[in-house]
Design a protein around this ligand. Structure first.
Ligand SMILES: Cc1cc2nc3c(=O)[nH]c(=O)nc-3n(C[C@H](O)[C@H](O)[C@H](O)COP(=O)(O)O)c2cc1C
Length: 145
């Protein structure tokens, strides 16, 4: 099973940690969103799309990728790290993927540390080891499902 994980992470590289854990657990190819060729996505059996949540949704570069990639009836999953860990943030990206013909096979989210101004710091230490283990378990579950 060929698996690709595409991600965008820039604030504290929280989502990158989750993406790496998932890739290691499943032997997936891991690629940053700015490195992926939209037309290559269709050759994979399963593609994960993930980023931090910024202003209530995934990073705009993920939406741009989904917009430009060819329509495909492939299997996909979405994941995120965010301040609140709210899965409802996934809806816009899931809708964009579904509109492309993709089948959503699962979704994963966890809290990620965030720093605002100089002194506001939330979710310190997240993703932590348990978050990473949860991500590995989730990703492995997609393979056997
Ligand atoms: C500009 C900005 C906007 C954010 N907006 C939200 C938000 O709307 N909801 C939320 O729960 N967290 C929000 N966060 C927190 C991030 O989702 C969280 O820190 C995430 O783990 C960052 O991922 P990254 O380190 O992979 O970039 C925001 C963070 C930044 C920097």
């Amino acid at each position: 099973m060929k698996i690709l994980i595409v991600y965008k992470s820039y604030h504290l590289m929280n989502t990158e940690k989750i993406a790496k854990a998932m890739a290691e657990a499943t032997n997936a190819t891991l690629i940053r969103v700015d490195e992926v060729h939209p037309e290559d996505i269709a050759i994979y059996d399963l593609v994960g799309f993930g980023s931090g949540i910024y202003g209530g949704r995934h990073h705009k570069e993920l939406f741009a990728l989904v917009e430009t990639m060819p329509s495909m009836e492939g299997n996909v999953f979405v994941f995120s790290t965010s301040g609140s860990g709210n899965e409802a943030y996934h809806r816009p990206l899931k809708e964009a993927l579904t509109a492309k013909g993709c089948h959503i096979r699962g979704e994963f989210q966890c809290r990620g540390e965030a720093r605002f101004l100089k002194f506001i710091r939330t979710n310190r230490g997240h993703p932590d080891e348990k978050d990473l283990e949860d991500a590995r378990t989730f990703a492995k579950g997609l393979i056997t499902a």
